[in-house]
Design a binder for this molecule. Structure first.
Ligand code: SF4
Length: 408
């Protein structure tokens, strides 16, 4: 894709602000679009059939708005779009986007799907479209790990700051440093870098005695991480006196990669596919050990658990054959949060998202029976939903969370 500009829709600001550097290291000019404003949503609604779910409207709208801006040479511009290989929009994005682009008059713009199975295939699923090899896949994985680490550290520190704004400044500083490391060919020790990052966040002055209710955020991947799509849910929780706990993106990747392994007892999955899927999880967890190592002595931060721990938690309630949308991952994350002392949860989903209504809303009765302390609220996001309704539900959940914390 030499000479091309590839536009990439935003999803998770911390992670995605490193992704373009990862692509640039391989010589690709990727522009991560920054924000989704009202006009982008309007474009999405205009060119995507409104029976498609909200994330499709957000993503397509953002890309069309960028193409309309006149900033890019349309003959040498492509759009990068993620695919997950499930039964949902994330798989059918390509077709939706192709149609939307044609309707908007950008039919000549190339659409390049970026499939998470690139990890399992060692890069071959993208061969022919990108110059992708194992080194690139490794770099991408490390980028996700850095993003997950910064997400974990910043969410834990921000609500307790003595000096307002220092956490976000530190995140910005480290994003700058990490970009340089990613762009250069400098060999570096991931674990040493992570130890330095953790030590910087450990030294931030916080009100350590202050106790705030922890609130987990789970749900559909785009509305879970994208602040413009979820109306800045993390900030809302913090403004209401809570601490947001957002599980990392790596678990979603592992969820996608491990699908064959979980389907195997019930479906016609070859032994080799099952094995590949197990191997992918094993090797990625080896990389995540770097985060656990950096956090091993911390009294402030909790290291992430092994993916198999999440699988076990989900299997208590639901079959891991539920693999459409966020599938069993959504249930697993809720069980893990509750058992780890975070019973307050906001479960976010696009309005009308069928799979997540089953593995999110559908399991709530069972979760409340098993864990009476669970304080879960579900929030639907859509282009037309009013903020007031969403805010009221969050405030109600927060007041119960504060009461439970006081009682404890
Ligand atoms: S999981 Fe829900 S929101 Fe996501 S693509 Fe599927 S139906 Fe749409």
């Amino acid at each position: 894709m030499e000479g091309y500009t590839l536009l990439c829709p935003q999803m998770a600001p911390i992670h995605f602000s490193l992704f373009d550097a990862t692509f640039a290291w391989r010589g690709h000019n990727v522009v991560v679009l920054s924000e989704v404003d009202h006009n982008a949503i309007e474009d999405g609604l205009r060119y995507v059939n409104n029976d498609a779910c909200y994330p499709a409207i957000v993503v397509c709208g953002q890309l069309i708005q960028a193409l309309k801006s006149g900033k890019y040479d349309l003959q040498r511009t492509g759009v990068l779009i993620s695919q997950t290989c499930g039964g949902c929009r994330s798989t059918n994005y390509r077709a939706l986007l192709d149609l939307a682009l044609r309707k908007a008059g950008f039919g000549s713009v190339r659409v390049l799907p970026f499939n998470v199975n690139v990890v399992k295939s060692g890069g071959s699923v993208l061969a022919g479209r990108f110059d992708v090899d194992l080194a690139f896949v490794r770099k991408m994985l490390v980028t996700v790990l850095y993003g997950d680490l910064l997400l974990l550290l910043s969410n834990r520190c921000r609500p307790y700051e003595v000096e307002l704004g220092v956490t976000d400044k530190l995140v910005a500083y480290w994003l700058g440093e990490l970009r340089e490391v990613i762009l250069s060919n400098r060999r570096h020790s991931i674990s040493k870098m992570m130890v330095r990052i953790v030590s910087d966040f450990e030294s931030l002055k916080l009100y350590d005695d202050l106790q705030k209710p922890k609130v987990g955020i789970v749900g559909e991947i785009l509305v879970k991480y994208h602040p413009d799509a979820n109306r800045n849910l993390v900030a809302t929780i913090e403004n209401e006196g809570g601490e947001a706990v957002v599980p990392g993106i790596l678990d979603f990747m592992l969820y996608c990669l491990s699908s064959d392994q979980h389907k195997k007892p019930y479906a016609d999955v070859s032994f080799i596919s099952g094995l590949k899927s197990k191997f992918a999880v094993w090797i990625i967890e080896k990389y995540r050990d770097n985060i656990r190592y950096a956090l091993r002595k911390s009294g402030r931060f909790e290291p992430p658990k092994h993916f198999n721990h999440l699988v076990e938690k989900a299997q208590k309630v639901i079959s891991t054959c539920n693999q459409t949308g966020e599938g069993w991952l959504l249930t697993g994350e809720m069980v893990e949060l509750i058992e780890d002392g975070c019973p307050n949860i906001v479960c976010v989903q696009p309005f009308g998202c069928l799979p997540n209504h089953i593995t999110g809303k559908g399991v709530l009765k069972e979760l409340r029976t098993r864990y009476p302390i669970a304080n879960i609220t579900t929030i639907d996001y859509d282009a037309g939903t009013t903020e007031v309704n969403q805010l009221n539900r969050i405030k109600l959940m927060m007041s119960v969370a504060q009461k439970n914390l006081l009682a404890k």
